[in-house]
Design a protein around this ligand. Sequence first.
Ligand SMILES: C[S@@+](CC[C@H](N)C(=O)[O-])C[C@H]1O[C@@H](n2cnc3c(N)ncnc32)[C@H](O)[C@@H]1O
Length: 299
Amino acid sequence: MKESCVSFTTLGDYISSFYNENKQFLEANYPGISLGRLKLELKNFCRILDSQFDDIYISENKGVIEEFLKKVKLGIPLEYISNRSFFYRSSFYINENVLIPRSETEIMVEWTAEYIRKNRLDHIKIADIGTGSGAIALSLAGEIGEIDAEIIASDISEKALDVARANKFFHRYRYPKTVKLKFQQSDRMENIPGDLDIIITNPPYIKENADLSEVHGQVHSFEPHLALYLKDQDYDNWFKTFFDQAQKKLKNGGLFIMEGSELHLERLKDILGEYNFGELELIKDYTDRYRFLKGRKNG
Ligand SMILES: C[S@@+](CC[C@H](N)C(=O)[O-])C[C@H]1O[C@@H](n2cnc3c(N)ncnc32)[C@H](O)[C@@H]1O
């Protein structure tokens, strides 16, 4: 990481120069990074208005700018630096206790909202297992319209649930009053009440040894391992327990939909079929890879 010896007076010039001098480091550690994105995150971090950005004098904000750039030089994901991540139609508070929500997960939210609309479901009970920041539960809450719905957002981690609770507060005007959001700490579905219509989940699904080479260094270094990894030798059994709980907690005909790894979803589909689920299907993401598994509990 290079240090600039030129002294700049305005933030716009300074950040452009920082970006150009450290382009290689930034591109290696921040896939898809652009100058605009770096400016946006710095602006959020320093709480600077858009119109002021290029003209602002560095001397007025030196401490906070240096704090930001110090974190960038460590390769910390921008979302953890600014405590903010965009998902679906809105912004979520995040910290190091939760996964940074990924855009491909939006497909599962879209798919499930469409399923609810198409089947004209009302009076429904949904569980989001491994809710993390609450991005799935809250986005779904804002997407399903004024139907009578209860959404249980659950996680094994109390620290993650605190983040989801904060997002419930920030999003309180974004979903109708007919939708009730509750939180429940649970290992998979152990503490989740039954009679569910839908289970939606983005669980940890990377094998901690066999799949490690597929994981970007920045993800491994900074995102919570509890959110990412399962032990290789426990992998199938972890899902067998989950699927068994799921079939016991779902109503007949209820939907189970999960995100997973394209390396393992085909096998998990067969396993799900052993737990009283039919209409099994793998769904692709926008890059044409099979990333989601859905099934319905046999009636
Ligand atoms: C891949 S992250 C998904 C987070 C969020 N739903 C999202 O899509 O951005 C997996 C989440 O599952 C939680 N988790 C890990 N093991 C769990 C378990 N045994 N039971 C319930 N949740 C678990 C983690 O704490 C983490 O929040």
